[in-house]
Design a protein around this ligand. Structure first.
Ligand SMILES: [Zn+2]
Ligand SMILES: [Zn+2]
Length: 280
């Protein structure tokens, strides 16, 4: 891994690339949907991505926007759509204007406020919807959905001829639905798990900043973060295929985190809870 490429994590058909350590940098790209969640200080693996979804304005999540826009302009890639919590739009516009003045270069981009519940199309059949999160500053998370369809229950198990006949008879044989594929919380308190679509996303990318007795649950809540001990009571209610934990504090080594997971995660949930790859 290098800062230019990030770490890649894959589960079945879902692949994510990025880097995340609390207070250092957080950015995760879901390239199938052409979306980048947070930008850290700005890193090369983000440059080709068309949609940028910012969870909140802390520097380790959002400071990289001017870098990214400058690099995109240099590489001649199409201007991105940048989605932000509404209160972050005016100051971010001002920051981008000043950097553009410093660099004597015009950045081309679309900056848009998105409130919780609002949706925007991504690549192909993917779209995102914003959901509320609970941090120390204005914040929100994003769920990426895939528009799909399947046969209505009464037509399942029928062969091609029978389905063709039903179609020719003018019957509706399938129904459309949205599959929650990836949810990205950004920094938040545990209350984010009260959201059902977040819990049932195939991959739930959840912040977990603190992991053992070196920090208490109260410490985590005071700073608008999550402690692993708060996640464990939720595990039976999380229907995600994978719970992918990011934003661990740098005070924990990867080896320590793996030991803690082994010790604290109940046997029936082992294999479902993972740490997003990071440097040791
Ligand atoms: Zn953070
Ligand atoms: Zn933060």
């Amino acid at each position: 891994m290098s800062l230019a490429t990030g770490f890649t994590w894959t589960n079945n058909d879902i692949s994510l690339t990025g880097f995340s350590i609390a207070g250092i940098t957080t950015s995760v790209v879901f390239s199938a949907a052409d979306v980048c969640f947070d930008v850290g200080q700005g890193l090369p693996f983000q440059i080709p991505v068309r949609n940028i979804a910012i969870t909140h304005g802390h520097l380790d999540h959002a400071a990289g926007l001017p870098y990214l826009l400058g690099q995109k302009a240099m590489h001649g890639v199409p201007p991105p759509n940048i989605y932000l919590p509404p209160t972050l739009v005016p100051p971010m516009k001002e920051i981008l204007r000043l950097w553009s003045e410093i660099e004597d270069h015009t950045y081309d981009y679309k900056l848009e406020a998105l409130s919780p519940g609002e949706e925007r199309d991504l690549k192909g059949k993917y779209f995102l919807r914003t959901f509320p999160t609970y941090h120390r500053v204005a914040s929100q998370g994003y769920t990426v959905y895939l528009r799909k369809k399947h046969l209505l229950p009464e037509f399942r198990g029928l062969d091609h001829n029978a389905l063709g006949a039903a179609r020719r008879a003018g019957k509706t044989i399938d129904e459309h639905f949205n599959e929650a594929v990836v949810s990205f919380t950004g920094d938040t308190k545990i209350e984010v798990l009260e959201n059902e679509d977040v819990r049932k996303s195939r991959v739930l990318v959840l912040e977990c900043t603190y992991w053992d007795e070196r920090k208490t649950i109260e410490n985590a809540r005071e700073w608008g973060h999550i402690h692993l001990d708060e996640i464990i009571p939720w595990l039976d209610r999380l229907t995600c295929e994978k719970l992918l934990l990011i934003h661990s504090s740098a005070r924990y080594s990867v080896a320590q985190i793996h030991r803690i997971l082994e010790e604290k995660i109940p046997e029936r949930h082992k294999g479902r809870v993972e740490l997003f790859p990071r440097n040791p």
